[in-house]
Ligand binder design. Structure first.
Ligand SMILES: *[C@@H]1O[C@H](CO)[C@@H](O)[C@H](O)[C@H]1NC(C)=O
Ligand SMILES: *[C@@H]1O[C@H](CO)[C@@H](O)[C@H](O)[C@H]1NC(C)=O
Ligand SMILES: *[C@@H]1O[C@H](CO)[C@@H](O)[C@H](O)[C@H]1NC(C)=O
Ligand SMILES: *[C@@H]1O[C@H](CO)[C@@H](O)[C@H](O)[C@H]1NC(C)=O
Ligand SMILES: *[C@@H]1O[C@H](CO)[C@@H](O)[C@H](O)[C@H]1NC(C)=O
Length: 569
């Protein structure tokens, strides 16, 4: 259980002027891209967001907030393999669940999405009548979509439209927004029709439709999810078009010199007071775009949208102000707020914390809290597979790994481990993990007849492997620490569990993790390195993660400015 209950304080700076409150971006930091958000008055005036998760599991985290600043993890859309079994059988680290669209209609929450790379038709709709309960999310209702980033729009006449990015001309980087209708409950669709390319900055994607003041508005992401990412809008009197472009496209993109780059993939919603807000993804890389291990995070900005006119979106910055609802941490559910620090001791009978995440489907028997004789520990039983992929890799066989997203630019993560390996290849330890192709691990491995300390990283320009005898005093337990101590580097260190000197073992430049679509996890693993599914388990204790600063801006001289992480002393 959480030993500390620190939430949200650093995220609120108080009233500035009449009704305007300052707040910090990102609102949902770390690997939480492609936000789709709604306001649901029937659920106690609460805002809800769902985000992409690729092959991480449980998949598609759902957050709730009453004040738009403090976001609690309340469920995952796919939390059981049986809801969509093919999602665990993907090889590519950047396949899986891309951008969901979350909507609420007549008492039900809908998430429509595509499991990219999975055999067709692993796409469709999940529904729930209680977003706080994992078990209430339905199995996938298959809907043939044929592309990615599907939208779902309930028109007043009862027609359900979907818009999606469809790859065309046999070129993976050329898409077109196409439209079809969906019949429920069957999931049957009408044939897709070309709808628009937006402003023709390829690839158009992430469509969302809104109806307001007699107009159907279509919001798109264009330019790809890196430095050219942007938001465009068009509108029509009919949901089927033709859509006429707005006069001020792109209506949102990153400011050229900002820390906050790649701004795009937006969604818009109103709060209880009728104020409009937008969310988008953004990467805190600065224009150099070299160091960005957390990759695409969720940001919030005020929107002004007068009747009959086009919406105007505020620029995304680290410190913002707007007419926020009053601070309110009274959100149901057992998950943490996303910016909470961790301190877990795994007492008997406690569940795994809700934000602990696996890579593909876990084999649950490999993760046990406080087994007999090992109170206050999380036991990891090794997988045959290590954290890397290899020619015979079977995605369904499982990799014993569990982690939590890095959500602070600077942080310390530490955990103690009891592990007595006795045969070749047995290994357990801590990792910064982006994907099978890119991770950095510090652990104990059995080699040459004895346990050794080993640091090993995978990926281009990875630092050299370090193998050394176990530090003195570590035979009965070792303590590991990963420290993101500046904007560009992590240090990995180890020392005796019961105190004593921590020894720095390796420095890792975070460009190792600055790639692709996902963001990095801090976590633990256990493997036999290809010597079978049976082996010596490892017992992890005293898991801590504490943020030590959030990058909020870049100064004129190029240095990064920080604001405090939640719970930071
Ligand atoms: C997993 O996917 C592979 C193809 O990539 C397929 O051959 C295999 O049958 C799938 N297994 C299951 C259980 O779906
Ligand atoms: C979108 O652009 C592609 C590539 O240029 C083109 O083939 C397609 O016809 C366009 N679609 C629309 C609806 O304009
Ligand atoms: C972070 O520390 C490393 C190692 O001391 C150093 O090489 C790097 O330049 C530092 N980065 C910044 C942004 O100061
Ligand atoms: C980290 O590595 C990248 C790629 O090799 C390099 O461009 C960058 O300068 C390095 N950063 C630091 C602070 O050394
Ligand atoms: C990871 O596992 C594969 C397959 O068993 C093996 O080839 C590779 O050497 C392992 N890596 C390490 C560092 O042991």
């Amino acid at each position: 259980m959480r030993a500390t209950a620190v939430a949200g304080l650093a995220g609120l700076a108080g009233l500035s002027c009449a009704g305007e409150t300052t707040y910090h971006n990102p609102i949902i930091p770390g690997f939480h891209p492609d936000p789709s958000c709604i306001f649901v008055p029937e659920w106690d005036n609460t805002h809800f967001c769902a985000v992409s998760s690729f092959i991480a599991f449980p998949a598609m985290p759902v957050f709730a907030s009453k004040d738009l600043v403090n976001w609690k993890l309340i469920s995952h859309v796919q939390n059981r393999p049986s809801q969509s079994p093919t999602a665990g059988n993907l090889t590519r680290s950047s396949g899986g669940w891309y951008a969901p669209t979350l909507r609420y209609h007549e008492g039900k929450f809908y998430v429509i999405n595509v499991d990219v790379d999975a055999p067709s038709p692993s796409s469709g709709i999940f529904t729930t009548t209680d977003p706080y309960d994992d078990a209430a999310w339905s199995d996938l209702l298959p809907v043939e979509i044929g592309g990615y980033d599907p939208d779902i729009f309930f028109d007043e006449d009862g027609t359900i439209y979907s818009q999606a990015a469809i790859t065309i001309n046999d070129d993976p980087f050329t898409t077109e927004i196409q439209q079809f209708t969906i019949e429920l409950p069957s999931g049957n669709t009408t044939p897709r029709k070309s709808l628009t390319n937006g402003t023709n900055v390829q690839p158009p994607e992430g469509p969302h439709m809104y109806y307001k003041d007699g107009w159907y508005y279509l919001l798109l992401a264009e330019g790809g999810t890196a430095l050219d990412h942007q938001v465009t809008i068009s509108r029509s009197r009919k949901p089927t078009g033709p859509f006429k472009l707005g006069p001020a496209n792109p209506i949102l993109t990153a400011e050229p010199d900002s820390l906050f780059q790649t701004v795009g993939h937006a969604d818009l919603f109103q709060d209880a007071e009728g104020n409009w807000w937008g969310v988008a993804l953004s990467t805190r890389s600065g224009p150099e775009y070299v160091h960005w291990p957390m990759n695409r995070e969720t940001v919030l900005y005020p929107v002004s949208w007068p009747k009959g006119e086009w919406p105007v979106l505020d620029h995304v910055r680290g410190t913002m102000s707007g007419p926020l609802p009053p601070q309110n941490l009274d959100v149901p559910g057992t998950g943490p707020f996303v910016k909470d620090p961790d301190h877990y001791t795994f007492p008997r009978g406690s569940p795994l914390p809700r934000h602990f995440t696996f890579w593909r489907f876990p084999h649950e028997e490999k993760y046990t809290i406080s087994p007999p004789g090992h109170a206050n520990s999380l036991r990891l039983s090794p997988s045959n597979a290590n954290l890397s992929q290899f020619p015979a890799f079977d995605p369904l066989a499982g990799q014993t790994f569990v982690g939590r997203r890095q959500v602070d630019t600077l942080f310390k993560y530490s955990v103690d481990m009891e592990f007595a390996p006795s045969s070749k290849g047995e290994e357990a330890g801590v990792t910064m993990f982006l994907a099978s192709e890119r991770h950095a691990d510090l652990g104990v491995v059995y080699s040459k007849g004895a346990p050794h300390l080993r640091f090993r990283a995978n990926g281009p320009d990875a630092p050299a492997t370090v193998v050394k005898p176990l530090p003195k005093g570590c035979e009965d337990g070792i303590s590991f620490q990963i420290h993101a101590f500046n904007f560009t580097h992590y240090s990995f260190s180890a020392g005796p569990r019961h105190g004593g000197r921590m020894e720095d073992i390796a420095l890792v430049n975070n460009t190792l993790f600055s790639t692709s679509f996902t963001g990095v996890f801090a976590g633990i693993y256990a493997t036999t390195n290809g010597n079978g599914e049976e082996g010596t388990p490892a017992y992890f204790k005293n898991w801590r993660y504490q943020g030590l600063g959030q990058a909020g801006a870049i100064d004129k001289d190029g240095s990064v400015e920080y604001y405090p992480s939640n719970g930071q002393e």
